[in-house]
Structure formats: C-alpha cells, structure tokens
Design a protein around this ligand. Structure first.
Ligand code: HEC
Ligand code: HEC
Length: 311
C-alpha cells in the first residue's frame, strides 16, 4: 500500500515538474529567444530625457496603470485609441494601428496595465499635446472633465507633476512628427489675420450657410466627443492664468475668434492646431490628424462663427 502511494507521488511530482517546465518554456524561454520582440523601431519611445524618465518612475510609483492601459488592441473598439494616420514626407503611411511588441522595447518594466477604468494612454500625446492641460488635469481631474472619477494628484510636488506631464507627452507614436504643418501663434492669435493663411488654405470656402442647423447640431456633438471645452472652458470664453492655464498661448475665447476671424482662418487653426514645431508649447492638436473630417471641421467653424450672433 505504502509502496504504491510513494510510486504515485513520485509520478505525480514528475508530472507536475514536466508541466511546469513546459509552461515556463512556452511563456518565458521561447519569447526570450525571439529576438525581434526586443527590437525598437522608429515608433518606440526612448527615455533619454531625465525628466521623462523620472515621470515614468512616478507613473509606476503612483499606480496610474491600475486604471490606465497602454495597449491598443486589434479590435474595432480600440480604433479610437490609435495614433492618427499620418503620411510622412517620403510617402510612407504611419500611425493608425494596434500596438506591437517593438513599441515597448525600451520599457523596462512595460507598464501595459489590464484595467481600463480610464482611457488607454499609449498615444495620449496625440490627443492631448498640451503640458498645461495635463498638469491642470492631474491637480484636479474635475477641472477639465466634470464627471471624472480619477483621483487628484495635487499632493505631488510641482517638479513631479512637471515630470509626469513630460512623460505623458512622450506617450505617442514616435515615427509621427509632432507637428507637420502648424503655425505657432502665441497669445496674440486674435491680432493675426487672413494674411497669415498658408497657400492651401487661401480661398477655401465654408460649404455650410451661416447658422445651418444640421452643421450646428453636428458641431455640438463633436465638441462633446473631442473634449474641446476641457481647454476652451465650459463657457467657451477660453482659459487663462486665473482659471488654470499656466502658460501662453491661452486657449482662445471662441466669441472673440468669431468676431475677429474669417471662416477660412478658423478652419485653418482648427485643422492644423497651434503646437510649436518642437512640441514644447502648450497648444491645440491638429484636428485634421485626429479623426475630424473636412466636413466636420467646417461644421465646427459654422458653430464658432455662429457665436457672433449671440451675446
Ligand atoms: C482610479 C482610477 C485612475 C487612476 C489611479 C488614474 N486615473 Fe487617469 N483617468 C481615470 C479616468 C476615469 C479618466 C477619464 C476622465 C478624465 O479625463 O479625468 C482618466 C483620464 C486620464 C487622462 C486623460 C486621458 C484622455 O484621453 O482623456 C490622463 C492623461 C490620465 N488620466 C493620466 C493619469 C495619470 C498620469 C495617473 C497617475 C498619476 C492616473 N491617470 C491615475 C482614472 C484613473
Ligand atoms: C489641449 C487643449 C485644446 C483642446 C482640446 C482644443 N483646443 Fe482649441 N486652442 C487651444 C489653444 C491653446 C489655442 C490658442 C492657440 C494660440 O493662441 O496660439 C486654441 C485655439 C483655438 C481656436 C482659435 C481660432 C482663432 O481664430 O483664434 C479655435 C477656433 C479652436 N481652438 C477650436 C477648437 C475646437 C473646435 C476644439 C475641439 C475639436 C478645440 N479647439 C480643442 C487649445 C485646445
């Protein structure tokens, strides 16, 4: 009886050991041998900036990944989280894809996350390229997203908030140039006029009649979906130092833009954004690259121009 049990125990032990080895081989050893998983391509972020590296450390320490993933899946639901489709100067098309192993080649450890309590952040810098926005949101998430359940990180020292914001701005597809075309304006955008319009934007014409109800309704939906008012203020009067925007260029007062600017001008700024070439200034993303079609951009222009008829 004893013998039989011992024999079985030994068999059981051997079986368990083999099973463990098998699992370790397929989940650990094989991936380690598969060198191409560790090759960073042009799209993978590098962390050679000390502030970005510090921000990444704080992101890990504060457990941001408990609520945020950094992994864009192949399914349709995740299309929204992709980096914008962008044609480079040499004609290659980049962006608009799920993430792949090489994207994390420089991440050790990879902060993929498993829960999407908050949005996926892998390409958040394309959607929200403004450092000011990130700092304001970290200090008080309800100041930019009224219904946010994200905790406030106001207890972090200023240098750590700054580093976190720099890290968030590094979360993009690095093969996509930060700005291809925008013209940096700064605080005096309201003094600029049509003489600044780039060639492609001269002579463009709003297909909608002023106040077209369908365009206004479409624009209202877009303004909600794209979070325009997180930066421009729920009253559409823009934000400045007194209400939480630290650095110029302050987001424009839409009523003033409607008064001062032509349809073409507003169409140009909405299309191309206002980031500085090196991405350092707090600005607006190019909506042309962020899933807002030509027609929809004109709808937005119609909405903003229509504010001129209100007081
Ligand atoms: C308890 C869950 C939770 C934690 C922890 C958390 N967040 Fe969030 N986060 C959210 C939710 C929910 C949203 C969506 C609402 C909003 O924008 O505030 C969000 C939104 C965001 C956004 C805006 C993304 C977008 O596309 O609009 C950023 C950036 C962000 N979080 C960064 C962070 C950072 C950095 C940390 C850690 C310091 C963090 N979050 C910790 C839940 C969380
Ligand atoms: C991340 C913050 C941010 C978001 C989100 C944002 N904007 Fe802006 N926007 C700005 C800033 C900053 C400026 C001012 C740039 C300057 O003065 O150089 C600006 C300028 C503008 C202008 C100025 C045009 C003019 O004629 O003066 C318009 C119109 C505008 N935004 C529309 C929009 C629309 C429409 C959306 C949503 C689809 C949007 N913005 C979302 C930050 C933002």
């Amino acid at each position: 009886m004893k013998n039989k049990l011992e024999k079985n125990a030994a068999l059981l032990g051997l079986g368990a050991f083999l099973l463990l080895m098998f699992s370790v081989t397929i989940t650990v050893v094989l991936p380690m041998l598969q060198g191409d998983l560790y090759v960073a391509d042009a799209a993978a972020p590098v962390y050679d900036d000390a502030n970005v590296a510090l921000g990444r450390e704080i992101y890990r320490r504060e457990g941001c990944f408990y609520c945020h993933t950094q992994q864009v899946r192949t399914i349709d639901n995740d299309t929204f989280w992709r980096a914008p489709k962008t044609e480079l100067k040499d004609g290659t098309v980049v962006g608009d894809r799920p993430t792949r192993p090489g994207d994390y080649a420089n991440d050790n450890p990879a902060l993929l996350g498993t829960e999407r309590t908050g949005p996926d952040l892998k390409y958040v810098a394309h959607r929200l390229p403004s450092k000011d926005w990130h700092i304001a949101h970290l200090i008080d998430p309800r100041s930019t997203e009224p219904n946010s359940i994200m905790p406030s990180f106001a207890h972090l020292p200023a240098n750590e908030l700054d580093a976190l914001a720099d890290y968030l701005l590094s979360l993009r597809d690095w093969s996509i140039p930060i700005v291809t075309y925008a013209k940096y304006m700064g605080p005096d955008i309201l003094n600029a006029g049509d003489e600044m319009l780039p060639e492609d934007y001269q002579g463009t014409k709003n297909p909608y009649k002023p106040g077209d109800p369908a365009a206004l309704a479409r624009a209202e939906q877009l303004i909600k979906d794209k979070g325009c008012l997180a930066c421009h203020g729920t009253d559409m009067r823009g934000k400045n130092k007194t209400n939480g925007w630290a650095n110029p260029p302050f987001p424009t007062d839409w009523y003033k833009a409607a008064e001062k600017h032509s349809d073409q001008f507003i169409y140009w700024i909405v299309s191309e954004g206002t980031l500085k070439e090196d991405g350092t200034a707090s600005g607006m993303p190019a909506w042309r690259q962020n899933g807002v079609s030509e027609e929809d951009r004109w709808a937005l222009v119609t909405f903003i121009k229509n504010l001129n008829t209100k007081k």
